[in-house]
Ligand binder design. Structure first.
Ligand SMILES: [Zn+2]
Length: 216
């Protein structure tokens, strides 16, 4: 069997020598009392978009689910196994999170695959089927006249956040606490190149820079 990657061992050693000493008591406390994060983040698998890094979160702070293109499916209580729905159920019903953040991002490979529809994806591939949940039956997602491919891509990346927020509300166990004001839903978008974060203004349906809106 090939050896465990050395750079991961090295990274773990750095963790134990630098980060763990300052967080040891926190880990012990979390181990004894269990986790009670107030925030659930639904993000993309993309290696550049780590919620814990972006939000500078320590152990126990974020309950994170990551999947291709940060998608939440619609509520579908059938005989199939639903990973995102199971995590959502646990976060809301057991952990009682107060916030659910859908974190989209620039240069999303899942969205790229969805837009291109072409090779290397075949109809039998997993990504194609997974991304298909993004569109509603009969809905068409097309580049608008005079819209550049870059703008079209960003629009669809942000649309994935909107769709996930919409789909979250199809879950009865999300609807009820949201209506009671016990849980709030949020959208955000991360610009990889600049490390910029944009937060969704639910009233205007626009993403606003977190630096400008909320101060440095
Ligand atoms: Zn992505």
């Amino acid at each position: 069997m090939p050896p465990f990657p050395q750079h991961l061992i090295d990274g773990y050693r750095t963790f134990t020598s630098q980060r763990l000493p300052t967080e040891q008591s926190r880990y012990r406390e979390l181990s004894e009392r269990g986790q009670s994060p107030e925030v659930m983040v639904i993000g993309c698998c993309d290696s550049r978009v780590s919620p814990e890094v972006i939000f500078d979160a320590g152990p126990g702070e974020l309950f994170v689910v990551r999947n291709v293109a940060n998608l939440v499916p619609v509520y579908q209580p059938d005989s199939a196994a639903h990973g995102v729905s199971a995590a959502l159920e646990y976060a809301v019903n057991v952990l009682r999170v107060k916030h659910i953040v859908v974190l989209g991002h620039a240069q999303c490979g899942g969205i790229r695959a969805f837009i291109d529809k072409a090779a290397p994806l075949s109809p039998g591939d997993f990504i194609g089927k997974w991304m298909a949940m993004f569109i509603k039956p009969g809905e068409k997602v097309e580049q608008r006249d005079h819209e550049t491919m870059a703008d079209f891509t960003i629009r669809i990346e942000k649309a994935a956040v909107f769709r996930s927020l919409e789909n979250l509300m199809t879950f009865p166990f999300v609807q009820t606490p949201v209506a009671r004001g016990e849980v709030s839903l949020h959208g955000a978008y991360f610009g990889v190149a600049e490390g910029s974060l944009f937060v969704l203004d639910q009233k205007t349906k626009e993403f606003r820079s977190a630096r400008e809106e909320f101060g440095e």
